[in-house]
Design a protein around this ligand. Structure first.
Ligand code: IMP
Ligand code: MG
Length: 176
């Protein structure tokens, strides 16, 4: 079996769209400081590109979660592998994610973060697969809605590979 990556969104398309979303966020957060939370590892490329385009003050923190369940289905119960370094109390928090699929992980994570009393809590995602949604999640900023295909690049992996691709591609498998 060999694997190939077909381009879905070029580097230029992704960069342009991130700039558009950053412009909206800059307007919405005028006069505020954004406390950005990156969900490792997938969110890290998107967070860097987004944060570079934010013109209001920004602080950053990182967390790493793993979801209980088998390889193909997240259970929605999240184990915090690496917690945030700083408290959220009174802050304008923006969670930055790579992709929202079933929504199970994110809806659980947002509940945990909400219980820490931020002043506001919003969610920004690079990709959304709305057709796959099982658990309702309110998404404030979406760069791209995509069909139900397995994608890699811009932080997203297949077996930990391809995160470094500067574009979004679809995994394709062929029998040798
Ligand atoms: P869910 O929303 O709880 O189902 O889990 C979403 C997580 O599954 C994401 O944060 C990704 O780590 C992973 N995921 C979902 N769809 C894809 C994909 O197309 N490519 C790579 N990872 C994906
Ligand atoms: Mg993720």
């Amino acid at each position: 079996m060999s694997e190939k990556v077909r381009v879905m969104l070029t580097e230029k398309e992704v960069d342009q769209r991130i700039q558009e979303v950053a412009d909206i966020i800059n307007r919405d957060y005028e006069g505020k400081c954004i406390h950005m939370i990156c969900v490792l590892k997938g969110g890290v490329f998107f967070m860097c590109e987004l944060a570079k385009r934010i013109t209001v003050p920004v602080t950053l923190d990182f967390m790493s979660v793993s979801s209980y369940g088998d390889d193909t289905k997240s259970s929605g119960v999240v184990k915090i592998v690496k917690d945030l370094d700083q408290p959220l109390l009174g802050r304008d928090v923006l969670v930055v994610e790579d992709i929202i699929d079933s929504g199970r992980t994110l809806s659980y994570l947002m509940q945990i973060l909400k219980s820490r009393s931020p002043k506001s809590l919003c969610l920004c995602t690079l990709l959304d697969k709305p057709d796959r949604r099982v658990t309702d999640v309110h998404v404030d900023y979406t760069c791209f809605e995509i069909p139900d295909e397995f994608v890699v690049g811009f932080g997203l992996d297949y077996a930990q590979k391809y995160r470094n691709l500067p574009y979004i591609g679809v995994m394709e498998f062929t029998e040798d």
